[in-house]
Design a protein around this ligand. Structure first.
Ligand code: LTN
Length: 200
């Protein structure tokens, strides 16, 4: 696991701790269960003091499957409640809703220009949800992994806690970051997955 970096400033009168940045995303899909807690949230809570954390309720991702305005609103609110009740401390970490920050959508568009059609078509989660066979799935389901890349790259995150199911998306994020940096100059931190065995 990652160790903290400690920087000593000046003549040693003040010590500035520079913690690695971590970005975590969770969908307000309305089916929060104990598995989410054991697999992800518990770890998020436990490593709050070791990292500079952003916890994001990714409502724009949830729009990729049909929903209603009422359930979206209710799900965002109840997920925020669950996260705070589980021990995510807004004084220590940043907890926010994705759609409140327009830069996620903006960067998503820009990153689409360095993402290949074939890369997205090969995503197993896209195929599992009917992509490639069901012509009526949303285009957002197709570009979903690019929005996820935007989430992560926007915050210079070094680590992203992910389950096995999101490993392929994180690989793509790394490829996109690397391709952008090669084409336009060093811009994005290339993030690493933080995969926990326990609860996976
Ligand atoms: N795709 C993820 C949710 C998610 C995410 C992210 C996770 C959206 N953006 C950025 C980590 C980092 C999921 O369904 N679990």
């Amino acid at each position: 696991m990652v160790t903290k970096q400690t920087e000593t400033a000046g003549a040693g009168t003040s010590t500035l701790e520079k913690k690695p940045r971590v970005f975590s995303g969770i969908q307000p899909s309305g089916n929060f269960h104990v598995g989410n807690y054991l697999g992800a949230i518990r770890n998020w809570v436990n490593q709050q003091s070791d990292f500079e954390n952003s916890f994001c309720i990714v409502d724009l991702h949830s729009l990729s499957l049909a929903t209603t305005r009422e359930s979206m609103r209710a799900n965002i609110r109840s997920l925020a409640n669950v996260l705070v009740a589980s021990g995510i401390d807004p004084r220590q970490s940043t907890l926010f809703v994705q759609s409140d920050v327009p830069a996620h959508s903006e960067l998503c568009w820009i990153l689409q220009s360095v993402t290949q059609y074939g890369e997205l078509r090969r995503m197993t989660q896209f195929k599992d949800k009917g992509g490639g066979t069901d012509e009526s799935v949303s285009a957002a389901l197709f570009t979903y992994p690019v929005l996820m890349a935007a989430d992560i790259l926007l915050y210079d995150a070094e680590y992203v806690p992910v389950g096995e199911d999101q490993k392929q998306h994180l690989e793509l994020t790394r490829d996109i970051a690397h391709r952008f940096n090669t084409r336009y100059g060093d811009t994005f931190v290339v993030p690493k997955p933080d995969i926990k065995k326990e609860g996976a």
